[in-house]
Design a protein around this ligand. Structure first.
Ligand code: ZN
Length: 220
């Protein structure tokens, strides 16, 4: 136990600073157990699984780099390494944001699209990332969000902002189309239509909540 002279309180555990006033605490005998229960993290509980996965994926990527190198380096192993890096990045976001699945989805769709565009750029720009990946990612996330909000019976303030954000993303292909960057226009057009229809549907069913949410978020 510790004692804070300033506040005149005893503090359970062995904290060096007082939780009330942040001044240094004095030692006082007795119970030295921390006041909070020890809750193992997801990593701690599934530590072995994550270690094995890490070993397999990183080991595989290194083996591929070695084989590629031995056969005169054609660069394909860099794709394997990039894929492994993407996998871990997405896994990290999912776990870090697991308490807010819609936020995780929104972040992941941004990361996936950014990585896809980067990948496309690095492999001689064939525009597949903006032709197919972006519209497919935005539409599937919108669908996933609608299903999740229905299944989890979320209150509207918990999902509206993410749904609106994804609909805004869904309009991005229209800008890319207008800029003449797309080679196949159909997926982008479909994505824009789905976004607009989803927005209209949201207005029809949750118009009041949408107005309230926008007012709250934009400080109108
Ligand atoms: Zn104190």
């Amino acid at each position: 136990m510790r004692y804070c002279d300033k506040c005149g309180v005893t503090i359970a555990g062995e904290e060096a600073r007082c939780p009330l006033c942040q001044s240094m605490t004095l030692p006082r005998g007795g119970d030295s157990r921390p006041p909070f229960p020890d809750v193992p993290t997801l990593y701690a509980r599934h530590g072995l699984f994550f270690r094995i996965l890490l070993l397999c994926t990183v080991g595989g990527a290194i083996a591929c780099l070695g084989v590629d190198w031995a056969l005169g380096f054609h660069g394909w192993s860099l794709f394997v390494a990039g894929g492994v890096a993407c996998l871990w990045l997405l896994l990290y976001i999912s776990i870090a944001r697991r308490r807010n699945v819609l936020k995780a989805l929104t972040q992941q769709v941004v990361v996936v699209c950014a990585l896809g565009v980067l990948w496309d750029l690095c492999t001689g720009w064939r525009a597949w990332s903006i032709d197919y990946l972006l519209p497919a990612a935005f539409m599937s996330v919108m669908l996933a969000m609608f299903i999740l909000t229905l299944v989890l019976r979320m209150p509207s303030e918990a999902f509206l902002i993410y749904l609106l954000l994804d609909m805004l993303f869904g309009l991005l292909p229209a800008a890319l189309l207008a800029a003449g960057l797309c080679r196949n226009a159909y997926p982008s057009i479909a994505c824009v239509c789905v976004s607009v229809i989803a927005f209209v549907a949201l207005l029809v069913f949750k118009g009041g909540a949408v107005a309230q949410e926008l007012k709250r978020r934009l400080h109108l």
